[in-house]
Design a protein around this ligand. Structure first.
Ligand SMILES: Nc1nc2c(ncn2[C@@H]2O[C@H](COP(=O)(O)OP(=O)(O)O)[C@@H](O)[C@H]2O)c(=O)[nH]1
Ligand SMILES: [Mg+2]
Length: 287
């Protein structure tokens, strides 16, 4: 049974007693909300049900949705069609950065953005450059790359040249996914920032973290490291298909004030859409 179905079942089969609320807290923890947050929400729900004299499951689920709503933060990329835009995709290995670069490029092209370049900024593994090139061929989008081991900031420089320093256009930069220390991350980013400051000081510049929605609390630690090092503009939540429960979105908002931009739901380019808070909540709690 899926996660949302279990929340649904929980409310259906039980009276709204303390046991039911305890089971709900357990479920929310399992849904990647984190223990403290889950208990906090369930305590609030209990109080709210009492105050509003709600004793039916359907009513309780609606109140739960209202309680969670403030934690579904959505952000827009807000690119400027008349300027140069640079999106840096960050995250640890395997979360879906390279795939998300291609998906984002296809998404923006479909919305009328022209002159898009994918920057092969993961220069540590030869396979990463090849992977981006394959996406470029498949989706018919230009890829700017150098040799393996090249300086990622130099690849960014080339990509800015390729699009034109004044734009209009869009550079989407892939990056290496080694588990950075904060100091490494800051150093890498400083190089990128310097290139942008020198070549394209007027560019719209976004730093986006890609998080694998199946990684639970581990993803929260990644978000903390990257956000503290780099001040992120938002998150792409990948692999929100199959078994992902998605409570991480709520925790990101609560703990770091981080908003979700896009959600990836498969390996195809079309499996990508802006975060939909209302639909997300309905899915999460099975409304
Ligand atoms: N099911 C699913 N798989 C995805 C999604 N995004 C990426 N992947 C897969 O996850 C794996 C790692 O993706 P990749 O883009 O190479 O991650 P990177 O190491 O962060 O660049 C690949 O097999 C992708 O096809 C998604 O939204 N859903
Ligand atoms: Mg990659």
């Amino acid at each position: 049974m899926g996660f949302a179905d279990r929340i649904k079942a929980l409310f259906k089969k039980q009276a709204l007693d303390d046991d039911a609320f305890e089971d709900l807290a357990d479920l929310l923890v399992e849904g990647d909300m984190g223990a403290a947050f889950a208990v906090e929400i369930v305590d609030s729900l209990k109080a709210l049900c009492k105050k509003n004299r709600v004793d039916n499951p359907e009513g309780a689920r609606r109140l739960l949705k209202e309680l969670l709503r403030p934690y579904t933060l959505k952000a827009e990329l807000e690119l400027d069609k008349n300027a140069l835009n640079i999106c840096l995709l960050l995250g640890v290995n395997g979360v879906g950065k390279t795939t998300s670069c291609a998906k984002l490029a296809v998404w923006e092209r479909q919305r009328g953005v022209e002159n898009i370049v994918l920057a092969a900024g993961d220069t540590f593994r030869a396979a990463a450059v090849d992977q981006l090139k394959i996406h470029g061929q498949r989706a018919n989008i230009r890829v700017v790359a150098q040799h393996q081991g090249a300086d990622a900031a130099a690849v960014l420089w080339d990509s800015i040249e390729a699009v034109g320093t004044q734009g209009p256009g869009l550079v989407i930069a892939d990056t290496a996914g080694r588990m950075h220390t904060r100091a490494d991350l800051v150093k890498e980013l400083e190089k990128m920032n310097k290139v942008i400051a020198q070549r394209a000081p007027g560019a719209v510049y976004r730093k986006i973290l890609v998080l694998d929605s199946t990684t639970g609390q581990n993803g929260m630690r990644q978000a903390e490291t990257f956000h503290q090092a780099v001040r992120l503009d938002g998150v792409i939540l990948s692999k929100y298909d199959s078994t992902a429960k998605g409570g991480m979105v709520l925790s990101l908002a609560r703990q770091f004030g981080l908003a979700t931009l896009f959600v990836g739901t498969g390996e195809g380019y079309a499996d990508f859409a802006p975060f939909d808070p209302d639909g997300f909540l309905d899915d999460f709690i099975g409304l």
